[in-house]
Design a protein around this ligand. Structure first.
Ligand code: SAH
Length: 363
């Protein structure tokens, strides 16, 4: 007996292939996608424009299997954090951040993370595995369901950022497939530029991204010299700043409107001096970059602390004076550990890091 296909794993073209292989017309794919992503329906019986026979066949051959909401926390500032349980018991976290003019969903791409950045709570969880495309798009579906999107039929999630657990460019294929469903008008129909992939700098995959898609890119810079960046982002030993900056330049020249957001976590006494701000200006010379300064968010047993508001402002002024649009990110949801770098989930076992480090960068 064949294992039923989870339709959540299929983007439009693979779902068309699935129906054609069943002897059905390809437009069935559009119908089913609309039920799932426009109406929030996952029960074949309720898909009333599919004939009864087809529904019976689908019940035997397919399923629409969502990850499960295991827990929810709500911050005083309206931020909501969900613990999402995957079929194998791993739990990841997804965060919704409402603002006046937008609603941003921060999603995870891996269970844990292999990169081991010293200032990030997810790193302390170790790494288990990549998420499937269905587990990635499933977070968006679940959030939409909880937020009432399917009932109200209005867009509540307007932006999606891959800034939750994991390194999206180490899970490229599944991330791209899920983005296909986020942007397809039979899926969630979001504009590509409203989706941001954030990376610590997997250089070869950044080139691939530039060639293959037009989503927004954020690069987690964190330091302006290799010695410090090696310490904060161990991936830097593999792809040092010279290579990373060259990749950013190639990315910026790869198409129209390819500006990059540089993320820089503000660590008190570590990377926040005026000299480092000036160094950053030099490093970014000629790159159309916006800069996001992220005040460090603490987690248990960390050795770091947040830079003072005065130091952050002085740092920002130097960048602004040099012509870079620089925004200090407001910590959101930090009372429920939902802010940047605080996502922990429940990763089990946490031992996959070595394998991911030795094989994962080959892409
Ligand atoms: N692996 C990807 C995606 C994770 S996003 C990446 O590195 O970009 C992680 C973002 O959260 C990074 O930009 C980082 O700057 C920020 N971050 C991580 N830990 C943090 C912390 N403790 N406080 C504030 N920001 C943090």
């Amino acid at each position: 007996m064949t294992v039923p296909v989870n339709l959540l794993e299929l983007d439009k073209s693979s779902m068309e292939d699935f129906f054609i292989a069943m002897g059905e017309k390809s437009f069935r794919a559009t119908q089913v996608l609309k039920w799932i992503y426009h109406r929030g329906i996952t029960d074949f019986d309720q898909m009333t424009n599919l004939g009864k026979d087809l529904r019976l066949v689908l019940q035997a051959k397919a399923r629409i299997s969502m990850p499960v909401l295991a827990d929810e926390q709500q911050s005083a500032d309206g931020t909501r954090k969900w613990l999402v349980r995957l079929h194998d018991g791993n739990c990841i976290e997804t965060v919704f951040i409402p603002e006046d003019d937008r609603g941003t969903l921060c999603i995870s791409s891996q269970a844990g993370c292999p990169l081991d950045c010293s200032f990030c709570s997810t790193a302390k969880q170790g790494f288990n595995r990549n998420l499937t495309a269905g587990e990635i798009i499933g977070q968006v579906w679940l959030a939409n369901q909880v937020l009432g999107h399917f009932e109200q039929r209005r867009r509540i999630i307007t932006n999606i950022v891959f800034m939750g657990m994991g390194e999206p460019l180490l899970n490229y294929e599944n991330v791209i497939r899920a983005i296909g469903l986020m942007t397809d008008h039979n899926g969630f129909g979001l504009a590509r530029r409203r989706i941001t992939i954030s990376t610590s700098g997997i250089v070869p995959v950044m080139d691939r991204l530039a060639a293959e898609t037009t989503v927004s890119l954020a690069v987690s810079l964190q330091a302006t010299n290799n010695e410090l960046r090696n310490e904060l982002v161990p991936l830097n030993r593999r792809y040092p700043l010279e290579k990373l900056m060259a990749a950013c330049r190639r990315y910026a020249n790869s198409g129209t409107d390819a500006s990059i957001t540089m993320e820089y976590v503000m660590l008190n006494g570590v990377n926040d001096s005026p000299a480092e701000a000036r160094q950053l200006v030099k490093l970014l010379h000629g790159i159309p970059a916006k800069i996001n300064l992220i005040p460090f968010n603490p987690f248990p047993d960390t050795v770091y602390s947040r830079s003072s508001p005065e130091n952050i402002e002085a740092f920002r002024t130097i960048l602004m004076d040099a012509g870079f649009i620089t925004i200090t990110r407001k910590p959101r949801g930090d009372d429920i550990d939902a802010a940047c770098g605080q996502l922990a989930g429940r990763v089990m076992p946490r031992t996959g890091r070595h394998a991911a480090m030795t094989t994962g960068y080959a892409a």
